[in-house]
Design a protein around this ligand. Structure first.
Ligand code: ATR
Length: 276
C-alpha cells in the first residue's frame, strides 16, 4: 500500500518539500507520496489526531507549529527537546516521534561547502530566534572553538547561550560590538530575516572589518544572494546561501523516515529550478 508523508504549516502552498521528497521517493523505488497539508494554529491538535487515524508514516512540521506540536507527540528526541522545536515526525510502531533536522542540516551543508575542520572556526552568529537556536545547538554539539552571538536585543542572545545543553565558550554581543570585532571571526552565520525578499536592500551588520579569508553563510534562499552575501563576496570572502541548509534538513528527514540518505545534488537542482 502506498505510504503517505506530508508537511503541515500555515502558509504552506509555496513549500518546496513535496517536490524534493516525491522525487527522492521515486528515485529510491519507494511507493510513497508526500503532500501539503494546510493546518492553521487552532487546528493542530485535530490535525495530529487525523494523521494518527489515517496512519501517515511521517511528516514535516513548519511555521507556526514547530514548538506547539511537542506535547502532542508520543516521544521527542533529545536534540529536538533541547531546542524546543520539531521539524520532522516519524511513525514507529504506531507512536509518533519528533526530531529536529534544521540545525544538523545547517552543519551538514556547511561541512560540505567549507572544506575545513569546523572545530577550529571562530564563529559569530547574527540573530537569536528559532532558526538561530537550532544552528547554535547543533554547532555547539559539534564542539566549535567559539560561537558568539550578536543580536538587536542582546538579552535574547544571552538567553539562547544560557539555555544550550551543549558546552560552549560564547559571548552575547550588540550589533555594534560585533561590527568592531568582526575581523577576528572565520565564520559569520546570518539567521535573521533581514535581507529576505522583498526587503533585499537591508543588511543586519556592517562588514567593514570582515576578513577576506572569512566564510559568510546566510540561511536565506530568497533571494539567492542577499545584500550581506554580496558585500562579503566583493570583499573576497567565501559565501553560502540557505539552499544547501534547506536541502540537507530535508535529506536528513528523508533518512529518518527511510534509512536512506538521498542524492542531495538532485534535491538542490529541484529547489534551484523552483526558485527560478
Ligand atoms: P525565526 O524563528 O525565523 O528565527 P524569530 O524567532 O522571529 O524568527 O527571530 C528573528 C531574529 O531576527 C531575532 O534575532 C530578531 O532580533 P530580536 O531578538 O532583537 O527580535 C531578529 N530580527 C528580526 N527583525 C529584525 C530587525 N528589523 N532588525 C534587527 N533584528 C531583527
Amino acid at each position: 500500500m502506498k505510504k503517505i508523508y506530508g508537511v503541515i504549516g500555515d502558509p504552506i502552498r509555496h513549500s518546496m518539500s513535496p517536490d524534493i521528497h516525491n522525487d527522492a521517493f521515486a528515485r529510491n523505488g519507494i511507493d510513497a507520496c508526500y503532500l501539503h497539508f494546510h493546518v492553521k494554529a487552532n487546528q493542530l491538535e485535530e490535525a495530529v489526531k487525523g494523521m494518527k487515524a489515517i496512519g501517515v508514516e511521517g511528516f514535516n512540521v513548519t511555521v507556526p507549529h514547530k514548538t506547539a506540536i511537542l506535547p502532542l507527540l508520543d516521544e521527542v528526541d533529545e536534540m529536538a527537546l533541547a531546542m524546543g522545536a520539531v521539524n520532522t515526525v516519524k511513525k514507529v510502531n504506531g507512536r509518533y516521534i519528533g526530531y529536529n533536522t534544521d540545525g544538523a542540516g545547517f552543519v551538514t551543508a556547511l561541512h560540505d561547502k567549507i572544506g575545513r575542520e569546523l572545530t577550529s572556526l571562530k564563529t559569530i552568529m547574527i540573530g537569536a530566534g528559532g532558526a538561530a537556536r537550532g544552528i547554535y545547538y547543533a554547532l555547539s554539539r559539534e564542539g566549535l572553538a567559539k560561537i558568539d552571538i550578536c543580536n538587536r536585543t542582546i538579552e535574547n542572545a544571552e538567553h539562547l547561550i544560557a539555555d544550550c545543553p551543549y558546552h560552549n565558550v560564547s559571548e552575547a554581543l550588540s550589533i555594534k560590538e560585533a561590527e568592531l570585532r568582526l575581523g577576528k571571526y572565520d565564520l559569520i552565520i546570518q539567521t535573521t530575516s533581514i535581507g529576505m525578499s522583498p526587503n533585499v536592500d537591508s543588511s543586519p551588520l556592517k562588514l567593514d572589518l570582515l576578513s577576506e579569508d572569512a566564510f559568510v553563510s546566510d540561511i536565506i534562499y530568497n533571494p539567492l544572494e542577499t545584500k550581506i552575501m554580496k558585500t562579503a563576496r566583493e570583499k573576497g570572502a567565501a559565501v553560502q546561501n540557505g539552499v544547501d541548509m534547506f536541502v540537507c534538513q530535508a535529506a536528513l528527514a528523508f533518512q529518518i523516515w527511510t534509512g536512506i540518505f538521498p542524492d542531495i545534488s538532485k534535491m538542490r537542482d529541484i529547489v534551484l529550478d523552483k526558485l527560478g
